[in-house]
Every structure is written in structure tokens, then in C-alpha cells.
Design a protein around this ligand. Structure first.
Ligand code: PGA
Length: 249
């Protein structure tokens, strides 16, 4: 059975003190669901967060990484560097990375390859803009994002891939896709995977929804059969809210 996952993307929030406080608060929360719990602090706090979260059941993950192993890439962090501090999972392709840092399907394909070569699990994000949805192109946009960045991979690689459908118009806007919109897209994504890799593989890949998931809407979204969890931005910055979402399963 595929895993339920709730991952908190802290984005560029929380210095070291706030990180420490939030992790202490998270550790006090009671977990009543079977979901895997992850948090993605900023690079400077990863090592500390990793140490503080040991034995808590919370996995500390990265928000991004570079595709090169090492070298003249000022300001960047490699897969090997993440591994060297114990990080085993990274988010890649978040829409903010695509929009503000020029990440493309091509550069993301290289990042995915570097992650796979280093045995790092990837939460691969994609999703359409509002204009795509208004034009009725959301499925074709999502399909090409997935195909261009992932469909060169072998079937085996998908044991290390989690997908995160994040419609850009729902991120940080307070506007969520309806549970039906999320389900329709997730079913389409699974069908796209099945066409290329077969039903068994498609059924085994967790597909998360992201975009204004809050304690008051998580249960309904997570109740949909093809929604296997959430990538949570704003609501992951408060321990109670985040665990209300984790426990919505
Ligand atoms: P949000 O962010 O929950 O604040 O909308 C989601 C995300 O960017 O992953």
C-alpha cells in the first residue's frame, strides 16, 4: 500500500531559535494517524533540525538541491552535502523555484538524476498556473511537467519519488482546489504514470496535494482515494495546525 505523507515546507521562514522552538512544539504533539511526517527547514538550519528531530518520528528534509556533485556553483548545495548531514529526502521543482529561480523541466530532470544517484528521495512538485486552468489546459501542463522531468527514469527509481500536485493559483492564496479538483487531477496523474510504467507502479506512488491545506479542509481533501497526503506551507509553521493536518488521515 502506498504511504500517507504530510510534509511541511517552511520556505524562507524561521531562524535557528524559531526552528528550535517549533521543533520542540512539534515533538509535543500527539500523532494519531499513520502518515509519515516531514519538515523542510531552510538550509542553514538543516543540521540542527536533523539533530533535534532524531527519534521524534519527524523526518527533516531539504527544500532544494543542485544537480552538480560539487564545484564552482556559488551559493548552491549538492546532494552529497545533504547526505553528509543525514538528509535523505528533498523537495524539488516547487513552483516558487520555477517562478523566481528559473527552474525548468530540463534543469529539474538533472536535479532528479543527481538525487537518484545519491539515493535521495524526491518530492517532485508541479502544477498549473491560473491561466492554464482558465484555458482548460491544466491536464496537459501537468502531464508535460511530469513527462519532461521524470519519464526518462527507470521504473525502479520511482520507489524514491513522491509526487506533489500544487496548482500555483492555490499556493499561499487561501484558495484551495476543491477536493474533487484535486481528486480528478491526482487520478489523471496516476493514469499518466500507469500508461508509461504500468498499474502496479502507478498504484505504489504517493501523490500529495499542496495549496492552502489547512486544519479545516485537510480531512475532506485527504478523504479522496488518490490523494495520499499534503505538502503544507503556511499551516506548517504552527505545530498545532500542522499536526491537525497530519491527524486528518
Ligand atoms: P501553502 O503552500 O500551504 O502556504 O499554500 C503550499 C506549498 O507551497 O507547498
Amino acid at each position: 500500500m502506498r504511504k500517507h505523507i504530510v510534509a511541511g515546507n517552511w520556505k524562507m521562514n524561521n531562524g535557528i531559535i524559531q526552528t528550535e522552538t517549533l521543533i520542540a512544539d512539534l515533538k509535543k504533539q500527539e500523532k494519531t494517524s499513520n502518515a509519515e511526517v516531514m519538515i523542510a527547514p531552510t538550509f542553514t538550519n538543516l543540521w540542527h533540525a536533523f539533530q533535534s528531530s532524531k527519534q521524534s518520528g519527524i523526518e527533516v528534509i531539504a527544500q532544494n538541491m543542485h544537480f552538480a556533485e560539487e564545484g564552482a556553483y556559488t551559493g548552491e548545495i549538492s546532494a552529497g552535502m545533504l547526505k553528509s548531514i543525514g538528509i535523505q529526502t528533498t523537495i524539488l521543482g516547487h513552483s516558487e523555484r520555477r517562478a523566481y529561480f528559473n527552474e525548468t523541466d530540463e534543469s529539474l530532470a538533472k536535479k532528479v538524476d543527481a538525487a537518484m544517484a545519491n539515493d535521495i528521495r524526491v518530492i517532485f512538485c508541479f502544477g498549473e498556473e491560473l491561466s492554464d486552468r482558465k484555458a482548460g489546459n491544466e491536464a496537459s501542463v501537468v502531464e508535460s511537467q511530469i513527462k519532461n522531468a521524470l519519464f526518462h527514469l527507470s521504473a525502479d527509481a520511482f520507489t524514491n519519488i513522491v509526487l506533489a500536485y500544487e496548482p500555483v493559483w492555490a499556493i499561499g492564496t487561501g484558495e484551495t482546489a476543491t477536493p474533487e479538483q484535486a481528486q480528478d487531477m491526482h487520478a489523471f496523474i496516476r493514469k499518466t504514470l500507469a500508461e508509461k510504467y504500468g498499474n502496479d507502479l502507478a498504484d505504489s506512488v504517493s501523490i500529495l496535494y499542496g495549496g492552502s491545506v489547512k486544519p479545516n479542509n485537510a480531512k475532506e481533501i485527504f478523504s479522496k482515494p488518490d490523494v495520499d497526503g499534503g505538502l503544507i506551507g503556511g499551516a506548517s509553521l504552527k505545530a498545532e495546525d500542522f499536526f491537525a493536518i497530519v491527524n486528518a488521515f
